[in-house]
Design a binder for this molecule. Structure first.
Ligand SMILES: O=C(CO)COP(=O)(O)O
Length: 251
């Protein structure tokens, strides 16, 4: 059975004190409607900057109803070494972190991430029991040139080489919909996600949509049958708004 995963990606936002302030407010906001507690198949995850991981993990693990998981936004493929500025899986494991985003389009665009390095990072996460969230998605130019499917299939083919599909989440994030307020039509996101699923050997992989998800559009997004959750950037920074996203209303 496919799990629903509602995830936040804080990107490079929130100092430790700002993270603490968020977690002081978020559980009460979540419980204001108490929907999440009654949905047993749903996980809540927030991927925070490295400097917020320890404090967020401590605060989140004290919240049990519903549980809030904390994730990283990247990890290196070796267990340790001379890789200035990187973080290794054992460092995350020691903090109790069980999720990490891998291959976000901002990593691919600004930090030279390739399908090959993405593939290595996915395998390193899994080797240490961390569930990676593999991000795929096309640019505006690729969409306009009708290259969406070929591009995403190639990201999957190379990214997923020898990757265990039993411990994996995929996020479909069209690059042109990220941070633009320009959400992908929900039916179109549903169509692309169905195509992604057709390329997987495990039909139960959770596949999220990401790109300008907001409290105003979450209900429509989650009403789509192929969409198993969301990866939320900007709107996950606000405790009230993100709680509304987590407590989306099913049709
Ligand atoms: O990149 C994203 C999540 O990983 C999406 O960001 P926005 O929700 O800000 O568009």
């Amino acid at each position: 059975m496919r799990k629903i995963v509602i995830a936040g990606n804080w990107k490079m936002y929130k100092t430790q004190s700002e993270a603490k302030a968020f977690f002081a407010e978020f559980p009460a906001q979540l419980n204001a409607t108490a929907k999440a507690a009654s949905v047993t198949n749903q996980q809540i995850l927030i991927c925070v900057p490295f400097t917020d991981l320890a404090i967020s993990q401590v605060v989140a693990s004290s919240v049990t109803s519903p549980s809030i998981h904390i994730g990283a936004q990247n990890l290196h493929w070796t267990d340790c070494g001379a890789f200035t500025g990187e973080i290794a899986a054992p460092m995350l494991v020691e903090l109790g972190i069980k999720f990490a985003i891998v291959g976000h389009s901002e990593r691919r665009q600004f930090f030279g991430e390739t399908d090959e390095t993405v593939n290595k990072r996915l395998k390193a996460a899994q080797k240490h029991g961390i569930t990676p969230i593999l991000c795929v998605g096309e640019s505006k130019q690729q969409r306009d040139a009708n290259e969406t499917e070929a591009w995403i299939f190639s990201q999957l083919e190379y990214g997923l080489k020898e990757v265990d599909q039993q411990n994996l989440i995929i996020a479909y994030e069209p690059i042109w919909a990220i941070g633009t307020g320009d959400t992908c039509e929900t039916a179109e996101a549903n169509r692309v996600i169905r195509l992604i699923r057709s390329k997987l050997s495990n039909p139960d992989v959770t596949i999220q949509y990401g790109g300008s998800v907001k409290p105003e559009n979450i209900d429509e997004i989650m009403a789509q049958p192929e969409i198993d959750g969301v990866l939320v950037g900007g709107a996950s920074l606000d405790a009230t708004g993100f709680a509304r996203i987590v407590n989306y209303q099913s049709p």
